[in-house]
Design a protein around this ligand. Structure first.
Ligand code: URA
Length: 431
């Protein structure tokens, strides 16, 4: 009966009380409130929205549905709302750890065209991305950084609710997205949270306004839960860096960590900025000072050493990864049909091609091809001659589909006569 009254209230657009939200989520987690009532509430929230206070209560109730970790040292984590070629966590998290901040990072697997950090890490032979919470805590304590998928014990309410939202058309709601993301991040126990909210064709949020609203809600929600937080709204109209896939993204992250990519390149600069933001919020120190320290830790190999130590602590063998990358694959190269400037590379189109090659999964549990993906030879703003390589498509199991995928990939590139005006990757910061 109480569930029905709560549903009536939200359908009429009235704000729910803290106890009502808690009771509903607790009842749903225990299986006493059936899926159809939870789905009805999700739809009512989609249509009627939630106040900041209700969102905070929803987040808190979901966070408390499972185990909440606590640390006795300063911790920080970065969350990205998901982009194309977004391997930044593989650089940012070890870089922050190299500056002395411990980074407990519970991460996800990819679904649809969105990649998942766990899938990328699992291309390192032996890497265990499914640690128990005890092992996760041990690696964070000993190495300073751990990346693993969230276990069953963390926010079970979110796992159940997300599965329902996925099939009831209730994913696209800011209060539901915020409570889903934040409940997991808060349960992880990090005292500082930095959000990279992507905006553009390759992002969940296609417009600047939607990305701003999500960034504001994430920062406000984290702060109301007593954490220090900030967000960067960043452009996701073109892929980040050159690699889009899984193993190729790990290889690119390693080359950034080895100092083989100029720190001025936009994806490296964004990685440094995100790590610097995490560290400066932990220390309450000026960002400029910390940014210089992050650049130094990247240049002197300390961030690479943290990544290597994390991989080793989680069973990963980087020498075997290097051999794995040498395996023969089926490749197809696309070339510029005319000369000019690369003025756009449509992130969503590139992601769809990488997905079609086998880099992503249609349904949870599907197998991915770790070596499948796209590696760009150029970035936006580069000048190309007719016939110059634009990108290589790759898959390991068969050459089938490579040629048609190549035709689709070509459509992602715009080559124009004049040099394009390059916009900034970081659109704004929110505190
Ligand atoms: N990611 C999440 O974890 N939850 C959402 O609702 C959307 C994106």
């Amino acid at each position: 009966m109480i569930a029905k009254l709560i549903l009536d209230k939200k359908r009429e657009g009235r704000a729910l009380g803290t106890a009502e939200i808690r009771e509903f989520i607790d009842g749903f987690t225990r299986g006493e409130i059936p899926d159809y009532q939870m789905s009805a509430l999700a739809m009512a929230i989609c249509c009627r929205g939630m106040t900041g206070r209700e969102t905070a209560d929803m987040t808190d109730a979901m966070m408390r549905s499972g185990r909440c970790l606590e640390w006795d040292f300063p911790t920080a984590d970065k969350h990205s709302t998901g982009g194309v070629g977004d391997k930044l966590s593989l650089v940012v998290q070890p870089l922050a750890a190299a500056c002395g901040v411990r980074v407990p990072s519970l991460t996800g697997r990819g679904l649809g065209i969105t990649g998942g950090t766990a899938d990328k890490l699992e291309t390192i032979p032996g890497y265990n991305a499914s640690l128990s919470l005890d092992d996760f805590q041990r690696v964070v304590r000993d190495v300073g950084v751990s990346m693993t998928v969230q276990t069953e014990e963390i926010t079970p309410a979110d796992r159940k609710l997300y599965a329902l939202r996925d099939v009831t058309g209730t994913v696209a709601s800011i209060p539901l997205i915020v409570s889903s993301i934040l409940s997991k991040k808060l349960a992880e126990g990090a005292s500082v949270l930095v959000f990279d909210v992507k905006c553009g064709s390759g992002a969940f949020m296609k417009t600047r306004e939607d990305a701003q609203a999500l960034a504001r809600a994430l920062v406000d929600g984290a702060k109301s839960a007593g954490r220090r937080a900030a967000a960067l709204v960043t452009d996701m109209s073109a892929p980040l860096g050159r690699a889009v896939g899984n193993a190729n993204e790990v290889a690119e992250a390693l080359s950034i960590l080895r100092g083989e990519v100029a720190p001025e390149r936009a994806d490296v600069a964004l990685s440094v900025e995100l790590a610097a933001l995490m560290v400066s919020l932990v220390r309450e120190a000026p960002l400029d000072e910390v940014r210089a320290e992050c650049l130094a830790r990247l240049a002197d190999g300390s961030a690479l050493a943290r990544f290597e130590a994390m991989a080793a602590a989680q069973g990963g063998d980087l020498a075997a990864f290097a051999r794995f990358m040498e395996r023969p694959t089926f490749k197809f190269r696309i070339q510029a049909m005319r000369s000019g400037y690369v003025s756009a590379i449509d992130a969503e189109k590139v992601a769809r091609v990488a997905f079609a090659l086998g880099a992503g999964r249609m349904a949870a549990g599907d197998r991915i091809d770790p070596l499948a993906g796209v590696t760009l030879s150029v970035g936006v703003g580069d000048r190309v001659a007719t016939g110059a390589p634009l990108a290589t498509l790759e898959r390991s199991e068969s050459p089938d589909g490579l040629e048609s995928a190549a035709a689709d990939l070509l459509k992602a590139f715009t080559i124009s006569h004049d040099a394009p005006e390059l916009g900034p990757l970081i659109l704004e910061r929110m505190d």
